[in-house]
Design a binder for this molecule. Structure first.
Ligand code: SAH
Length: 260
């Protein structure tokens, strides 16, 4: 057996799976994720994972919440890494379940590196990231031959926002999806307009995508802050900016009404 296929540590050692749980609806799990959750010994999950998915764990599974949500970190990243490693070293099969995809704003990279550095076997299972889940649920294509051929994902949380260079990511022919942006809506609109984006650029906010309480709200860039405040938009929500959000008005408004 080539070295790369051999277990990195002894036969007693367990394994960590970094698993994407998708945006909410359990039907949007991959078959592999569903299988792993269904046989997990230890399931370490963050605050975004839908309770319906946690309910798929076997009766004897130990569920550990590390509830990572903006500004409500209950466990520092180092402690999460240490927990995964300790559980695997104790011989357990650890399912680390994350909202969306582990490698899109999920800190999956850090956990992967920590496990590898500790010699723990680790595998990554992709999930449907919020941008894709929201686009499908709201029926807003992220690319469209008539509207956009470039799509970008950015993080809109306060820390480091002013240092990020988003120039050219939004505008004609482009779709920009902002994760973690609702708490910072005013600064985001200001930043994009300062970069040269038209204040009337259309956008959509998709809150709780692929969950029963989903809302789809539409507006223009200059109104983003008012929209968030007046409609009391809360995380988790993505902001989708660009011409794709102005197509098929009827369909999108119908969905928004359904969700009210
Ligand atoms: N790894 C995740 C992203 C984690 S960052 C993924 O790939 O989706 C957390 C941000 O994801 C939230 O602030 C929000 O912007 C977005 N998000 C996650 N789930 C969502 C959902 N169901 N609806 C809308 N946005 C969601």
């Amino acid at each position: 057996m080539p070295d790369s296929l051999a277990p990195p540590s002894g036969p007693q050692s367990g394994k960590v799976w970094l698993v994407g749980a998708g945006p909410g609806d359990p039907d949007l799990l991959t078959l592999r994720a569903a299988r792993l959750v269904g046989r997990a010994g230890v399931l370490v999950h963050d605050g975004l994972v839908d309770p319906r998915i946690l309910a798929m764990a076997p009766a004897g599974a130990r569920l550990v919440s590390v509830a990572k949500r903006a500004s409500r970190h209950t466990m520092p990243q180092d402690a999460i890494n240490a927990l995964l490693i300790a559980e695997a070293r104790a011989g357990r099969e650890v399912v680390r379940l994350k909202g969306g995809d582990p490698f899109v704003f999920g800190r999956g990279g850090e956990e992967l590196e920590a496990c590898r550095a500790a010699g723990i076997a680790v595998e990554v299972v992709p999930g449907i990231s919020a941008a894709l889940g929201a686009a499908a649920a709201a029926q807003l294509p992220l690319t469209h031959r008539d509207a956009a051929s470039v799509v970008s994902f950015v993080a809109g949380q306060c820390r480091g926002l002013s240092g990020q260079n988003w120039a050219g990511l939004a505008g004609v022919g482009r779709t920009l999806v902002i994760y973690m942006g609702v708490a910072n809506a005013a600064a985001i609109a200001e930043k994009l307009i300062a970069d040269g984006l038209a204040p009337d650029t259309p956008l959509a906010l998709v809150e709780n995508a692929a969950r029963p309480e989903m809302r789809v709200l539409r507006g223009a860039l200059a109104e983003l802050d008012d929209l968030v405040a007046n409609q009391r938009v809360h995380a988790p929500a993505v902001i989708i900016i660009g011409a794709v959000t102005a197509r098929e008005d009827g369909a999108v408004e119908e969905l928004a009404e359904m969700a009210w």
